[in-house]
Design a protein around this ligand. Structure first.
Ligand code: MN
Length: 296
């Protein structure tokens, strides 16, 4: 059913970089298979590396890096690298296990603004071989009143190149001017919207930044009224994910034994390989206390 629920993000930090955690939240852990969303920036810097996340492991998910400003360099334990820049996509499929680092490169614009997302892999794909894809561009779609960049999945017949494992959409929407911005939606998907820049109205309600708006399912379109030109928003959606998952640290799993085994393998230097291109020590796993959170 269509709904409009405002879930304010929670301020946190990622290795010293201030971030806003928009998913998971206690009230909502999944939007389709999307299980994690951090936003960071916009920020300017004169020197240094605002993002410097040392090698760490993942299982059972895909990571999606999408930038609005600046650059992030990915290195992984497959020996692959990719420079994420505005308009392009870094997509990593962890499958049964991969390690990666993400950092501001030495040559940079002195700006950083972006989002980091995770997609839960369905049971059939979660033990798959790890993989990394870099796409310098993604397809765009003309909208009534604006434009969409189709980051992942499919929007109104436009399909992004990144490999996916369940039906979903991730798109950045931009309004050309103040007023109506209309986006065709897949009625069977549930959706969520996050404003990245500007404010707008939806269903008679004012939408603001730093908030995840859960839209429910059953919407054939999304009609936003932008307050002024320059509105940018992130649209997420997908078929409701019917599997119950556990999330702990950087892992998406089904059982706590699986999480404990992944943690032990990382600590012992097994399974995930080395990120040789990263200069510096890798991250240690936090202690495993209590039960990992269930998401459904
Ligand atoms: Mn990561």
């Amino acid at each position: 059913m269509p709904t409009l629920e405002a879930l304010p993000g929670r301020v946190s930090d990622l290795a010293g970089l201030p971030i806003l955690r928009l998913l998971p939240r206690s009230q909502r852990r999944l939007v389709g298979p999307w299980c994690f969303l951090d936003s960071y920036g916009p920020l300017g810097f004169g020197s240094g590396k605002p993002m410097d996340v040392a090698p760490h492991p993942h299982i059972g998910l895909q990571t999606v890096s999408w930038l609005l400003e600046g650059e992030v360099r990915h290195h992984d334990s497959l020996g692959l690298t990719g420079l994420a820049r505005p308009g392009g996509l870094n997509l990593m499929t962890a499958g049964r296990g991969i390690a990666h680092s993400e950092e501001t490169p030495a040559e940079n614009a002195g700006r950083l603004w972006g989002v980091q997302l995770w997609v839960a892999l369905p049971a059939a794909a979660r033990e798959s071989e790890p993989a990394f894809e870099h796409h310098a561009t993604v397809p765009s779609l003309e909208l009534e009143g604006g434009l969409a960049s189709v980051i992942l999945g499919r929007l109104a017949g436009v399909t992004a190149p990144g490999r996916i494992y369940s039906p979903l959409v991730g798109a950045e929407l931009r309004a050309r001017s103040a007023g109506r911005l209309a986006v065709p939606l897949e009625r069977g998907f549930e959706h969520a919207l996050v404003l990245l820049e500007g404010e707008c109205w939806l269903d008679g309600q004012k939408l603001v930044g730093d908030t995840l708006y859960y839209l429910g399912s059953g919407r054939g379109d999304l009609v936003l009224a932008a307050e002024r030109a320059g509105l940018r928003a992130l649209l997420l959606g997908g078929a409701p994910f019917e599997e119950t998952i556990l999330m702990w640290w950087n892992f998406v799993a089904r059982t706590s034994d699986e999480i404990a085994a992944a943690r032990e393998d990382w600590q012992a230097g097994r399974r995930f390989g080395e990120v040789r291109a990263y200069a510096g020590p890798r991250l240690a796993a936090p202690p495993l206390l209590g039960r990992p959170a269930t998401a459904r």
